[in-house]
Design a protein around this ligand. Structure first.
Ligand SMILES: Nc1ncnc2c1ncn2[C@@H]1O[C@H](COP(=O)(O)OP(=O)(O)OP(=O)(O)O)[C@@H](O)[C@H]1O
Length: 320
C-alpha cells in the first residue's frame, strides 16, 4: 500500500505546490489524479520516487519510509514521466528490455514481457527502430512499456496518453487495467477525464495544490446537481428564462446555456426546448448525461470562486 500523509511541498517559502495531500493506493487499484495545469500532480509523484524532497509530510510503501529511503522508492515504484523517455540511440525493444533487467527481471523474462507489451500496445512494427526515428505517440507508448515492464509494486503514469492515437489509447488503458489486475498499485495522472473514468477505481481531484474531491467515478458523478443536462445554443445574447424546474444553477458561456435537469423533468425540458427552437429563440439543443467532466469542471470552477463556465467542454448529443 502506497500511503501519502499530509504532504506539503513548497518550491518557494509560503507558496505550496502540494498542501496537505493525503491519499492511499492499494495493490490491484488504479487511482486517477486529476487537476488543472499547475495543480501539483507532477510535484506529487516526483516526491514519491525521490526526485523531490517534501517540505513536510510522509510517504510510505508498505510501511517503509520512501522519503528517508529514495533508493527503495526507485526500486519499487516505476515512473512514466511526463517528459519524453530517453530513447536516443536505442530502440523500444532495447530500452524496455534493459529497464526490465535493471528492475530485476531475468533475461528471458525481460525479453518475453517486452515482446508482450510491444504487441499489446500494437507497436511491434517500430520495436527495433531507434528512438530518433519514432513518432511522438510511439515514444509515449514505449515509455509506458518501460514503466510497465517490471514495475516493483507501484506504477506511476504521468499523462500516459499524450500524443497517442485513439485506437492505441484504448490499448494503453487496457494495459493500465492489466497492471492493476496483476496486483500493482497504479497512480495515474491525466487530463483526460472522460477516458480515465473507464479505467480508474477511484479519483482524487487536485486544485491549486489541495485535494478538493475524492471518490469513485460514480460517487463523484452523484455530486452533479442533475442526472442530465440540457444544452441550448441561443440565437442571440438575450437571457433565456427557464420554464422548467432546473436541478441546479444554469451556466452560460456566450450563446451556450447549460442547465442541469433530471430524468423526471426531461420530457418537459424536451418540449420546452422544441418550443424555443420553433420560436427562433435558440438554434439547436441537446440533452446529454451529466459526465464526470461536468462534475470536474464544476468542482474546479467552484474552488476557484467561479462557476467553471469558461472551461471548454465537449458534449455528445443524444437528442436534438
Ligand atoms: N522546479 C520548480 N520550481 C518552482 N516551481 C515549480 C517547479 N516545478 C513546478 N513548480 C510549480 O509548482 C506548481 C505545480 O506544478 P506541477 O508541475 O506539479 O503541476 P501539474 O499539476 O503537474 O501541472 P501540468 O498538468 O501542467 O503538468 C506550479 O505552480 C508550478 O509552476
Amino acid at each position: 500500500m502506497l500511503r501519502i500523509h499530509q504532504l506539503r511541498k513548497e518550491y518557494k517559502p509560503g507558496e505550496p505546490a502540494n498542501d496537505g495531500i493525503s491519499l492511499q493506493v492499494g495493490p490491484g487499484e488504479v487511482l486517477g489524479l486529476l487537476g488543472h495545469n499547475g495543480a501539483g500532480k507532477t510535484t506529487l509523484i516526483n516526491q514519491v520516487v525521490g526526485l523531490l524532497r517534501p517540505t513536510a509530510g510522509e510517504i510510505t510503501l508498505d510501511g517503509h519510509d520512501l522519503v528517508a529511503d529514495p533508493a527503495f522508492a526507485r526500486r519499487f515504484c516505476a515512473l512514466m514521466p511526463q517528459a519524453h523517455a530517453p530513447l536516443d540511440g536505442v530502440s523500444p525493444r532495447q530500452a524496455v528490455e534493459t529497464i526490465g533487467r535493471i528492475r530485476g527481471a531475468r533475461r528471458a523474462e525481460a525479453r518475453e514481457r517486452t515482446a508482450e507489451l510491444l504487441a499489446e500496445l500494437d507497436i511491434e512494427e517500430w520495436a527495433d527502430t531507434i528512438g530518433e526515428r519514432l513518432s511522438g505517440g510511439v515514444r509515449r507508448l514505449a515509455a509506458f512499456a518501460m514503466a510497465a515492464v517490471w514495475p516493483g509494486r507501484v506504477v506511476m503514469l504521468d499523462e500516459p496518453t499524450n500524443d497517442v492515437d485513439p485506437v492505441r489509447r484504448r490499448l494503453l488503458w487496457g494495459q493500465v487495467r492489466a497492471l492493476a489486475e496483476a496486483g500493482y498499485a497504479v497512480l495515474l495522472v491525466t487530463h483526460n477525464v472522460a477516458e480515465a473514468e473507464r479505467s480508474v477505481d477511484r479519483l482524487t481531484i487536485l486544485d491549486q495544490g489541495r485535494i478538493v474531491a475524492k471518490g469513485t467515478p460514480a460517487e463523484l458523478r452523484e455530486r452533479a446537481a442533475g442526472e442530465l443536462r440540457l444544452e441550448l445554443l441561443a440565437s442571440g445574447t438575450a437571457p433565456i428564462e427557464p420554464e422548467i424546474p432546473a436541478a441546479g444553477p444554469t451556466r452560460r458561456t456566450g450563446r451556450r446555456h447549460l442547465m442541469p435537469i433530471t430524468m423526471a423533468t426531461a420530457p418537459d425540458a424536451l418540449a420546452w426546448a422544441r418550443r424555443l427552437r420553433d420560436a427562433g429563440t435558440i438554434d439547436e439543443f441537446s440533452i446529454t448525461p451529466t459526465s464526470l467532466e461536468d462534475v470536474y469542471v464544476g468542482l474546479i470552477g467552484n474552488a476557484n470562486g467561479n462557476d467553471g463556465s469558461n472551461d471548454p467542454r465537449g458534449s455528445s448529443a443524444v437528442a436534438a
